[in-house]
Ligand binder design. Structure first.
Ligand code: ADP
Ligand code: MG
Length: 343
């Protein structure tokens, strides 16, 4: 009994810059458990970023290729409860013996040990025994070892003996790949614009991304409707609060001021500094392209300027895009986000 879920494999774990180190260290450990210098392997990261998936993938890989190894996955919470029961029943000895027999111990969410002194002491002994005998220890935590509050220093220092690798939120391209993988395993088709919309808007964690996807599929099938963008938007509004589904002038101004590194007020002010003028013209250009505001209204939103100023800005941006490659690429890159939002 290893407590592993067979769905969590390396095959279903999409690789990206967000997880490359953790994933490849995990893969190395899976091929040579206990022998590499990655012992212990400590994977940390925020909620829903794939810690449990990755460490179980390591466990499954070992179990499938090295059948004689005793692989055990346990949540820290379960470990604590088992230990408490063992104390109550006077069976601490057999509890300890059991854990000392394991070849690969995967212990999830170690931050749960915080403040639990007796558990930490017990785990310290088990850890030492396993490590001395070249058994593999794999742990996860919701923060870096140095930030683990309420854990004894001697444990934390041991956690740093091997390799510590973090998981980050996947970028846009990786999110697309994760959604596509999920569609494949669910055997479901989702139009590309919906895939892009979801990948773009859900930037919190992978679990939430999957949650939105599952709701979308469920709604479509229960109501016998197609999966399309308007359904996706409705679901996003119900699940994720404060989502901006429309491209407003405000939003464009905010995005452009961040992109060009200038103050929001300056976009609307009278300043004629070159960088500011350009950022302002680009923002006007996007406002013309992605909103339904009239030239007059756009001018009004940029510090009460005349509609002819807006015409001039659009013309200036078009001209510069024709002559300046890097400017054109930058504008097109920015356009992508507005396009996805305004689908
Ligand atoms: P954590 O343990 O960090 O809270 P999980 O491992 O439970 O996160 O991951 C949450 C969900 O996201 C799981 O369903 C998992 O399969 C999925 N997931 C996370 N990262 C990836 C990834 N890189 N590729 C594919 N699925 C992922
Ligand atoms: Mg987890």
């Amino acid at each position: 009994q290893s407590n592993l879920s067979p769905n969590y494999t390396f095959g279903s774990f999409i690789e990206g810059d967000c997880n490359r180190l953790a994933r490849s260290a995990g893969f190395a450990v899976a091929n040579k458990p206990g022998i590499t210098s990655f012992n212990p392997l400590m994977v940390y990261g925020g909620v829903g970023l794939g810690k449990t998936h990755l460490v179980q993938a390591i466990g499954n890989e070992i179990k499938n290729s090295l059948e004689d190894k005793f692989v055990l996955y346990v949540s820290s919470e379960k470990f604590v409860n088992q230990f408490m029961d063992a104390i109550k029943e006077g069976s601490v000895k057999s509890f300890t013996n059991f854990y000392m027999q394991v070849d690969v111990l995967i212990i999830d969410d170690i931050q749960f040990f915080a403040g639990k002194g007796r558990t930490q002491e017990m785990f310290f002994h088990i850890f030492n025994h396993l490590h001395q005998n070249k058994r593999q220890i794999i742990m996860t935590s919701d923060c870096a070892p140095k930030d683990l509050m309420g854990l004894e220093e001697r444990l934390i220092s041991r956690f740093k003996w091997g390799l510590t690798a973090d998981l980050q939120m996947p970028d846009f391209e990786t999110r697309i790949a994760i959604i596509k993988k999920k569609m494949q395993s669910e055997g479901i088709m989702i139009p590309n614009n919906v895939v892009e919309y979801l990948a773009y808007t859900v930037d919190t964690n992978v679990r939430e991304l999957e949650g939105v996807l599952i709701s979308l599929i469920a709604h479509a099938s229960l109501n016998r409707v197609e999966i399309n963008l308007s359904l996706a938007k409705t679901i996003m509004k119900n699940i994720v609060k404060d989502i901006e589904t429309e491209v407003s002038i405000d939003f464009i101004q905010k995005t452009c001021s961040e992109y060009y590194g200038i103050k929001l007020e300056d976009l609307k002010a009278k300043t004629r500094k070159k960088e500011i003028v350009l950022a302002r013209q680009v923002a006007m250009y996007f406002s013309k392209e992605f909103t339904n505001h009239s030239l007059k209204s756009i001018g009004y939103h940029f510090g009460g300027r005349d509609h002819s100023t807006v015409i001039h800005a659009v013309q200036a941006v078009n001209d510069l895009m024709e002559t300046d490659n890097s400017f054109r690429n930058a504008v097109n890159e920015q356009k992508k986000q507005f396009k996805i939002r305004s689908y």
